[in-house]
Ligand binder design. Structure first.
Ligand code: URA
Length: 246
């Protein structure tokens, strides 16, 4: 592909902007300063550097976001233009928080309620997302949960075995680890609408705080504050793809 297209796809700017970057001598191809925006380069074969930083084009991107309260985890209704960003403080959708990407096709793999915090995978890999979310896959998801009261032993057992929350079928078996009088970890293998809130509501309890801390093989990076994100690292991605790619 042409060098200017490559640089634009790598997020360096519009074609006009990257031409200027090239003319300023900021781009090197295989160790030689590039001058021709139309020169042919090949992703993964040629070494392409801008401002001495190696660039690469990947079709798919994968981010771990610590979703804060108040942010919607649905896909955007009106997609942004390439490189367009929502002003700081005006983010409404989870994808608005992924500032380093120029992709316009990112979406959250799965949903968290608006008032739930925690681990949300943001990607543009539709196949992987489909596999992670398909009901037959049983991806484990663990939530740290704070409750309005104490969960009785009998209720814990009933929830763990699967219970009627008003849907066609009872919930699937789950695991609950009590942490204190009013907090626990709950691991589900399914993801129904408001599932945890509805499950505890059957015990007369309100969920006062909910945070997802694992999603399949991914564990929320403790260094991410609510609203922060990072690309998945090599090990995380390898695990995710090997477990859920086919
Ligand atoms: N269960 C809920 O009730 N809410 C979530 O966001 C996730 C699971």
């Amino acid at each position: 592909m042409r060098l200017d297209k490559y640089l634009a796809d790598a997020g360096m700017g519009t074609r006009t902007e990257v031409k200027k970057i090239i003319s300023k001598g900021r781009v090197e191809v295989n160790g030689v300063k590039a001058t021709d925006p139309g020169m042919k380069v090949e992703n993964g074969v040629d070494s392409i550097k801008a401002d001495e930083k190696e660039l690469s084009l990947s079709v798919f991107e994968y981010y771990m976001l610590n979703k804060p309260k108040g942010i919607i985890s649905a896909s955007r209704k009106n997609s942004l233009k390439r490189g367009e960003k929502v002003p700081f403080g005006e983010e409404k959708y989870a994808v608005d928080l992924i500032r380093e990407s120029v992709k316009t096709d990112l979406f959250p793999a799965g949903r968290l309620d608006k008032d739930t915090e925690g681990l949300l995978l943001i990607t543009n890999d539709g196949q992987l997302s489909h596999r992670l979310l398909s009901p037959g896959k049983h991806v484990d998801k663990t939530y740290y949960t704070e409750l309005s009261g104490c969960l009785s032993k009998a209720d814990k057992q009933r929830l763990e075995e699967g219970t009627d929350i008003g849907d066609e079928k009872p919930t699937k078996p789950c695991t609950i680890n009590i942490l204190s009088d009013r907090s626990c970890l709950i691991t589900l293998t399914e993801g129904r609408y408001h599932q945890i809130k509805r499950m505890f509501a059957t015990c007369g309890l309100k969920v006062t705080y909910l945070k997802r801390i694992t999603f399949g093989p991914l564990a929320l990076d403790n260094s991410l504050e609510p609203g922060e994100y990072r690309p998945l690292n090599y090990e995380e991605l390898a695990k995710l793809l090997s477990e859920y790619e086919s």
